[in-house]
Ligand binder design. Structure first.
Ligand SMILES: NC(=O)c1ccc[n+]([C@@H]2O[C@H](COP(=O)([O-])OP(=O)(O)OC[C@H]3O[C@@H](n4cnc5c(N)ncnc54)[C@H](O)[C@@H]3O)[C@@H](O)[C@H]2O)c1
Ligand SMILES: [Zn+2]
Ligand SMILES: [Zn+2]
Length: 376
């Protein structure tokens, strides 16, 4: 065999890193200001050391993207938004090993570096941008760096964040693991739900529905799902709720106390309002845990009676979506082995060109929408 032929048969490491396309630009969803996002042609990213570029094959829109578009959570104008990517490795930066261009990967919404003080203490989502901790610092996509609602995405700390997708799983089966399932399940995990527990989950939006599924995975024996939307209450049953309560029709605290003989072991807050936080607190038995996932704005108050004046042995925990490739691998295993199916939550599909329609349907909650698949 000639030297040239050998080189062809055994691609060099350099060839394995080479981009698959010569395209210099890409389509992307750019935030320009409140209620002003535009699909634009922007430069395609190239990876620096330790980084990777993926070609996005499927993404979605998060409730948090709505907060951004509506001006309730500030990001800089000019930023590409979105933080839930599934894709194919397009190009690898120097120093990223064990991957090949062309491999399918899932990347979590949160991209911990795996090396800072926060990461090494196990607080991956609070990953510091430099040294130490930074609140919410692990959430970079569509927050502090360009995000996933685009044809291509630059993945930072690629070695810690590219999770290979098993061949038998489709993009649709894994896309919701990047954020809402990781977050929802973590509500049950952080609440330390135990076999035989009674759990109430306040709000059955995408996050709450995944918290309901998470409580079931953790072994709860009675799961109470609360919402005010009939479609979502029906889906709550499908995701594992034993009982559903419509907060518009019943006194939730009273019902929960009746159903549990005094209160739940774990109450999961998945909306982010004073009302739902307080209902969670009032639904707990002494010694119970309030596990909070909602994003709050303004002031949150603790009524002394619901709080047993601080003497009820209650625990209140908050959790930001866990990310990183090991978390994604575990979640994909849960799906691969049939423990949970999230595809019923993907109710609508749009192309990237139609993303404005996707935002409209998702934002206005039209047509029974839960999550929208966006296919670049
Ligand atoms: N912790 C995290 O890492 C993380 C990640 C993503 C999103 N979030 C936050 O989680 C929250 C939920 O997100 P989502 O996308 O599921 O929201 P969503 O807006 O889609 O759903 C909210 C649900 O709450 C229901 N609701 C309204 N008032 C209610 C009440 N008083 N009692 C019970 N239900 C009520 C609505 O009918 C709706 O179904 C948001 O605050 C979001 O920003 C947190
Ligand atoms: Zn999100
Ligand atoms: Zn870190």
């Amino acid at each position: 065999m000639t030297e040239t032929a050998a080189a062809v048969l055994q691609p060099t490491e350099e060839a394995a890193r080479r981009p698959r396309t010569a395209k210099k630009t890409m389509k992307a969803t750019v935030f320009h200001g409140v209620n002003d996002i535009r699909l634009e042609e922007v430069p395609r990213p190239t990876p620096g050391p330790g980084e990777a570029v993926i070609r996005v094959t499927l993404t979605t829109i998060c409730g948090t993207d709505l907060h951004i578009v509506r001006g309730e959570y500030a990001v800089r104008p000019g930023l590409i938004i979105g933080h839930e990517p599934v894709g194919v490795i397009e190009e690898l930066g120097v120093g990223v090993t064990g991957y090949q261009v062309g491999e399918r990967v899932l990347v979590g919404a949160i991209t911990p570096c795996g090396q800072c003080g926060a990461c090494l203490c196990g607080h991956h989502s609070q990953c510091g941008h430099g040294e130490g901790y930074e609140a919410i610092g692990g959430w970079r996509f569509g927050n502090t760096i360009h995000g996933a609602q685009a044809e291509y995405l630059l993945v930072p700390h690629a070695q810690a964040n590219l999770a290979k997708i098993p061949d038998e799983l489709t993009d649709e089966q894994v896309v919701l693991l990047a954020d809402i399932a990781s977050t929802g399940f973590s509500g049950a995990e952080s609440g330390n739900v135990r076999i035989g527990d009674a759990v109430v989950v306040l709000a059955q939006g995408p996050i709450g529905l995944c918290a309901t599924a998470g409580a079931k995975l953790m072994g709860a024996s009675l799961i109470i799902g609360v919402d005010g939307d009939d479609t979502r209450l029906a889906m709550a049953k499908r995701m594992g709720a034993d009982v559903v309560l419509d907060y518009r029709k019943v006194d939730v605290v009273e019902e929960v106390r009746k159903l549990t003989g005094g209160g739940v072991d774990v109450a999961i807050e998945a909306l982010g309002t004073q009302q739902t936080f307080e209902t969670c607190l009032r639904s707990l038995r002494p010694g119970g845990t309030l596990s909070s996932l909602g994003v709050y704005s303004g002031k949150l108050q603790m009524p002394f009676d619901a709080f047993a004046a601080g003497l009820g042995d209650h625990r209140i925990v908050t959790t930001l979506c866990p990310g990183g490739k090991e978390r994604m691998r575990r979640l994909m295993e849960v799906v691969r082995h049939g423990r949970v199916d999230l595809t019923p939550l993907l109710t609508h599909t749009f192309s990237l060109d139609q993303i404005a329609d996707g935002y409209h349907v998702f934002g206005e909650r039209l047509d029974g929408v839960l999550k929208v698949a966006i296919r670049p």
